[in-house]
Design a protein around this ligand. Structure first.
Ligand SMILES: [Zn+2]
Length: 267
């Protein structure tokens, strides 16, 4: 009698399955884990992936994000590079992945002093964020203190601003704080700065920033600007999955249909 080794099966499933979040199948929304044989052959890159995966029903599709050379390794992102650094590194370690992306190389090249300084600054940012988030109208001095700490954090990677992800979410919260205090223009300029820092990197979470920009433009009655950012949101959500739209007149209608009916927005 052949007995199955539960540990081996567990490892195969654990190391090759993909996490599902609110996938629409029929009228149901599913979350959990799924195993797709061919996509499980793709290796991981935190920031330099050349493919992105999405799911329709129980099918997984992988689309290239840029032209791929013959013989080039196919890479998808098991976990976004912009997500919490500590969690990302723990995940890579637990899966035995020696990632060679620009972000991991930069992490490894930093001195222990820089790593220590970053940990200190992150600790301060975390405390200040709690205070700012809990206030209905945050104290301007508190916001300034947070901005100063984030600036110092950003400076640790000033040579590689597009790989500095620790300040992404804090900047979003600062923008929200200015918004709560009625300074919508400042809130908008912070978010536009954040978007511009990362526009040459493929970040799934950037859509949250674009949505906030649309909302601020609308509140400021900058309707033409709001429409421009809605187009950026639509293209950023749909094009990585379905390729560049060829018909400029039809693309928006098609993109809106896909986002609404197929829940394709990448948030
Ligand atoms: Zn990496």
């Amino acid at each position: 009698m052949n007995l199955a080794n539960v540990d081996i099966i567990g490892n195969i499933v654990g190391l090759n399955s993909f996490e599902l979040n609110n996938i629409i199948v029929g009228n149901s929304s599913l979350s959990g884990e799924g195993l797709w044989i061919l996509p499980s052959y793709f290796n991981h890159s935190c920031i330099d992936e050349n493919g992105t995966q999405y799911i329709l029903g129980d099918l997984m599709f992988i689309r290239s994000l840029r032209p791929i050379l013959q013989g080039e390794e196919l890479l998808v992102n098991y976990r976004s590079g912009e997500s919490n650094n500590e969690i990302r590194l723990m995940l890579l370690k637990s899966m035995g992945i020696d990632c060679q992306c620009r972000l991991c190389k930069l992490d490894k090249s930093e001195t222990p002093e820089t790593t220590h300084k970053r940990a200190q600054l992150l600790n301060t940012v975390e405390k200040l964020l709690k205070l700012v988030t809990n206030e209905p109208e945050p104290e301007p001095s508190l916001i300034k203190k947070l901005e100063k700490t984030i600036f110092e954090l950003h400076n640790l990677r000033k040579e590689h601003p597009e790989l500095e992800f620790d300040t992404l979410e804090p900047n979003r919260i600062i923008s929200l704080a200015y918004r709560k205090n009625g300074n919508l223009r400042k809130a908008l300029s912070i978010l536009k700065g954040v978007y511009n820092s990362y526009k040459n990197v493929y970040l799934k979470n950037i859509n949250w920033i674009v949505l906030d920009i649309v909302s601020l433009c609308t509140d400021l009655k900058q309707m033409e600007e709001a429409r421009k950012w809605v187009d950026i949101l639509l293209k950023g959500s749909v094009e990585p999955l379905l390729g560049k739209f060829k018909d400029e007149d039809k693309w928006k209608k098609e993109a809106l249909y896909l986002m609404e009916k197929k829940k394709l927005i990448r948030l």
